[in-house]
Write a protein that binds this ligand. Structure first.
Ligand code: PLP
Length: 364
């Protein structure tokens, strides 16, 4: 039953809005006007075309993008994009800049190296925070940018370490962004980007679909003779093969939910309130300790430590007993991580902050 749903702080796949799940449940056996479930209809049917087009147009509308932006719903996860981006856009001779702010950035760099090995090209690491366990976003004064780079790749939010760019990097090259874990949580200065990608499963839907937004003039710079499925042009031209129909259907519902909740301005207000409450509780206590530099804090993934690993394990276990799910930090970092994506209700954060107070009183 929906009233059995608990406070879900999962990093990914993350929580979906309860209102959306209710709507989907009502429509699951019979999509209105179709006489079958949305999972049972052709991806060439008018009903599905309408869903697909509406999702794309909602995404453009929320981000303030013009018709020169293609909205693609691809498979293979954000991990496929780590390879597909350089395959399409790393030049035959030259480089692309990468900012290394965590494990996901490092994976993107590795794939660019693989592509570059077959060309006289490669990624240039323009800045990195690896020296301090990725606990901060390098300041712009430490970036070594190449104005002639094909693109500048960055990870806007680092899901594992809990850091986030406060704003877009200033660069001459077009930006390419892995926005998987903060996509549609705030507005973007879209004119600065050539391509934005995000696995849906954190802020905008279920696993199984990756949103890729690519601007037409940037798309035109891609290599020729790419494998058909890995050529962005294939998917920009038309729906080429069977898309993940059910996942796109859900994304469309979540985008409708964002619109109904004030659009991206509404999300900023909602997310700021939740992050302030949680970081406020951490800062007010000597028992809890934030793990990243305050100026680099993520509004999506809040990471903190307790005085011992034993207390951390007990915290996560007792929180689960109190209806607060999935608070264990990533296995490479440890500690506690509360993922507070768009869909997390402010009341869930209040419940977590209350639990933190009780736990500290009993164990501090
Ligand atoms: N990029 C970021 C920032 C992520 O958080 C993740 C997954 O957590 C990925 C990429 C990988 O995404 P996928 O599992 O869709 O390949």
């Amino acid at each position: 039953d929906l009233d059995q749903r608990q406070h879900n702080f999962s990093a990914g796949p993350g929580a979906l809005p309860t209102e959306v799940l209710e709507e989907v449940r009502a429509e699951l056996p019979v999509y209105p006007g179709v006489g079958a479930s949305v999972m049972e209809i052709s991806h060439r049917s008018p009903a599905y075309s309408e869903i697909h087009e509406r999702a794309a147009s909602r995404m453009r509308g929320l981000l303030g993008m013009g018709d020169d932006w293609h909205v693609l719903f691809l498979q293979g996860g954000a991990s496929m994009q780590f390879h597909q981006v350089p395959l399409n856009f790393l030049p035959d001779d030259g480089s692309a800049d990468y900012i290394d702010t965590g494990a996901w950035s490092a994976k993107a760099i590795k794939e660019a190296e693989i592509v570059g090995a077959g060309r006289n090209a490669g990624p240039r690491v323009a800045a990195s925070s690896r020296d301090d366990d990725y606990t901060y976003i390098p300041g712009a004064d430490a970036w070594d940018l190449n104005d002639g780079a094909a693109y500048l790749h960055f990870t806007s939010n680092n899901t594992i370490y809990g850091t986030q760019f406060a704003a877009e990097p200033e660069a001459a090259a077009p930006l390419v962004c892995d926005a998987s874990s903060d996509f549609l949580s705030r507005p973007l200065d879209v004119d600065r980007y050539g391509l934005i990608y995000a696995g849906a499963q954190k802020n905008i839907g279920p696993a199984g679909v990756t949103a890729v937004l690519v601007r037409d003039d940037f798309l035109e710079r891609r290599h020729a003779d790419l494998p058909t499925m890995l050529d962005y042009g294939t998917h920009a031209a038309k729906i080429f093969n069977t898309p993940p129909v059910f996942a796109v259907y859900l994304v469309d519902k979540v985008l409708g939910w964002i619109e109904a909740n004030g659009g991206l301005a509404g999300m900023v207000e909602r997310n700021q309130g939740k992050a302030d409450a949680l970081y406020g509780a951490i800062d007010a206590s000597d028992f809890y300790r934030g793990t990243v530099r305050p100026d680099s804090r993520s509004q999506m993934n809040v990471c903190f430590r307790l005085p011992s690993e034993e207390l951390e394990a007990r915290f996560v276990k007792e929180a689960k007993g109190a209806g607060l799910l999935a608070l264990k930090g990533h296995r490479s970092v440890g500690g506690v991580r509360a993922s507070i994506y768009n869909a997390i209700e402010p009341a869930s954060v209040t419940a977590l902050v209350d639990f933190m107070g009780r736990f500290e009183a009993a164990n501090g």
